[in-house]
Design a protein around this ligand. Structure first.
Ligand code: MLT
Ligand code: MN
Ligand code: ZN
Length: 309
């Protein structure tokens, strides 16, 4: 299985257009040790030809331009993006579908709750029907009774997918903001059919359940939520009082934070952080926080990073 990190940043990207936090200011000034990042998205393939786009970010156009695998190579109209999967209905994970309209009809895998939000509050599904039939919903039937759903994706032969319910949050525009239900956020456990290698991808992870800990423990590589260093990081910078916990993102630092959780994994597990907010000090390669990650054997994803499992 091959994984392309298209965008390792959280919503807003790095730098964020209206942000003057030390990181955003620094990257604009070209300070060494800071690298821009586009918004949260990866692509997965088993044959290197057909790619499953996991999340469609507002930066999709730049991400396609940066990744030849996703570009047209065969017909007069063509793409390496065979299908799309959404882990939630957040703006930073779905807005890119608007930019893919010329490629409709497009198969989009998501849960009933995500489909509902994208048919009402942010009506991408009904709207895009006017483009060659639009988005064809491929349901991942997750609900309170089905917190784990196994499925396969036609464009990724040989890969077995399990969607796992995550405790995080529904998008700010969703009627379920603050009281999410199973299906609002999912993690993906992906293994090749021989069971030889596996990935757990969870860019939005608020609290770890036993199910999630089990997935983390079983995966050869974990690609998980690295949004914030401190839960109150944005308040410390005078940006907003909203905490990571309220947004559905477990902070890296602190007792039972993500670093502690990753420390509990088998030594051989590859640990990579993704969906990193522009305020997070780990974006500065010269920071003390980045050195802490290195001590714990934790990597920070960057745009253009490739994982081969
Ligand atoms: C999140 O990951 O919590 C969201 O992308 C935040 C947002 O929509 O602004
Ligand atoms: Mn996000
Ligand atoms: Zn910033």
């Amino acid at each position: 299985m091959q994984i392309l990190i298209l965008g390792a940043g959280a919503g807003g990207g790095f730098p964020q257009w209206n942000c003057n936090c030390p990181n955003c200011q620094g990257v604009r000034e070209g300070r060494p040790g800071l690298t821009p990042r586009t918004q949260s998205s990866i692509a997965i393939s088993s044959d290197g030809e057909r790619w499953l786009l996991c999340n469609a970010s507002p930066d999709i156009r730049a991400q396609i331009a940066a990744n030849p695998e996703l570009q047209p190579r065969r017909g007069v109209r063509d793409t390496g993006i065979a299908e799309v999967l959404l882990v939630d209905a957040q703006i930073d994970h779905t807005t890119g579908l608007l930019s893919l309209r010329e490629g409709c009809p497009l198969d989009v895998w998501c849960t009933p709750s995500v489909h509902r939000d994208l048919s009402t509050g942010f009506p991408l599904f009904p709207m895009l029907e006017h483009w060659q039939g639009g988005l064809r919903w491929q349901p991942i039937m997750m609900d309170a009774e089905h917190r784990q759903v196994a499925f396969s994706v036609p464009s990724c032969p040989g890969l077995r997918f399990t969607a796992v319910a995550l405790d995080s949050n529904a998008p700010p525009y969703s009627p379920r903001r603050g009281s999410p239900t199973p299906g609002d956020n999912l993690g993906l456990f992906i293994e090749d059919s021989a069971g030889a290698t596996s990935l757990f991808y969870a860019p939005g992870l608020g609290e770890l359940t036993d199910e999630v800990r089990d997935c983390l423990a079983r995966a050869d590589c974990v690609l998980v939520d690295g949004t914030l260093w401190h839960d109150d990081e944005m308040a410390r910078l005078g940006i907003t009082q909203t905490t990571g916990a309220q947004m559905g993102h477990l902070a890296l630092a602190g007792e039972r934070g993500m670093i502690d959780e990753l420390d509990a994994l088998p030594e051989s597990t590859r640990r990579v952080l993704i969906h990193i907010n522009n305020t997070n000090p780990i974006l500065d390669e010269t920071s003390a926080e980045r050195a802490v990650l290195e001590d714990h054997g934790i990597e920070v994803a960057f745009d253009g990073m490739r994982l081969t499992l």
